[in-house]
Design a protein around this ligand. Sequence first.
Ligand SMILES: [Mg+2]
Length: 364
Amino acid sequence: MRRNWGNWGEFDAPRGSKSKKPVELKEIGEFGLISWIRGKMDLRDSNIASGIGDDAAVITPPKRCVSLVTTDILIEDTHFRLDYTDPLRLGKKALSINLSDIAAMGGTPQYFLLSMGLPLHLPFRWIEEFFHGVQQVAEEYNLSLIGGDTSLARKLTINVTLIGRGKAGEVIYRKGAQAGDQIMVTGTLGNAALGLRILKSHKGDSSISRAGDSDLAELIEKHFSPTSRIAEGRLIAKNHLASAMIDISDGLMADLGHILEESHAGAKIWISQLPLSEAYRRKAPQYISRDIDLAISGGEDYELLLTTPRKKGEKLLGLFRQSGLKITPIGEIVDPRYGLRLLLDDGREYTPRRKGHDHFKKPR
Ligand SMILES: [Mg+2]
C-alpha cells in the first residue's frame, strides 16, 4: 500500500493558531516521531514477523541464502552540509550508499534499520521530507524499515544498516582477482566529485543546477543522488562473471587498492579508457587543472569495480550490451610486485595529485 506523502505539514501549527513558526522536533518528542515513522513506512516482506515496535526485529532467515549486512554513517559537516543539501535527496542518498555495498557483493537488498542523531531545533518539516526520500528508494527496491534508534545530537547524524540476501555460491568478494583478469567499471567516473567541486566553487548555491546548464545540473545531481548498481551486481553475480568486486565510494584508486590488497595482486589502468560522461568532459577542465584526476581519485561514484577472468570478459560485455547497461574495460590485473600503475597511451606512468579519499586524513 502506498502511503500518502503528499500530506506534508501535518505537524505544522494547529488550525486556527496564529503561529507561523514551523513545528520543531522538540514539540513532537521521540515517541511521537517513532510512531509517525512507523505509520509512514510499509513492511513489504512476509518474512518479517515483527518490525518496529518490539525490542528487536524478528525476520525469517532466507532459505538457501546467506545474509549480507552493511552499514554507513552520514554526519553533518563531514559528509553533507545542511545549508545546501535538501532533505529529500539526503534521505535517498542515505539508503543508496548502502544499496551500493549490497550491489558490490552481488546481492539483493531486503531490510534496513535507520538511526538518527537529531538536533532539537530541527524543523519537523525537514524530517518529513527526509523520510519522503527514504520512502522513494525503499519503494523502488522493495525495502522494509524494521527498526532503528533516535537520539538528541548536536550535529545531524544518519546511520543506515541494510540487510540483503545472496546465494552463497554467487557472493562476490574483494579477494579473488588473479593476474590476467580484466578490470572493468560500470557507468562513468568522476561526475559526483566534479558535481561537489562545482557546488563548492559556487559556495554551495545549489540553485546553479537550475540555471539552465544541463551539464552542471547532471553533475550536481550525481553528487546528491547516486544511483545504485543493484541490477548490474545481480547480473554479474548470477552469471558468475567476476573474480572480485567492490563499489567505488572513496575513488577508483583507493577502492581498486582494496581489491589488490585482499587479492594480493597488482594492476595496470589505462587512463584513456576511463569512462567519462560528456558533461564531465565538457566541464572538468573549467574546474580542475588536471581534469582526469577527479575520475581517478574523486569519491562517491558508487559504480561497481570488478575483475573478470579473460575468458569471461566477452560474455560479460555481451550481457551488459543486451541489458542496456554500461560497463567498460579499463585495465588488467598483474603480479603484486608491479603495484598499481596508471598508464598513458604512450606507456608513460601518470601520477595523480591525490590517491583517493581517506576518512581520517584532513582535507587539504
Ligand atoms: Mg563499499
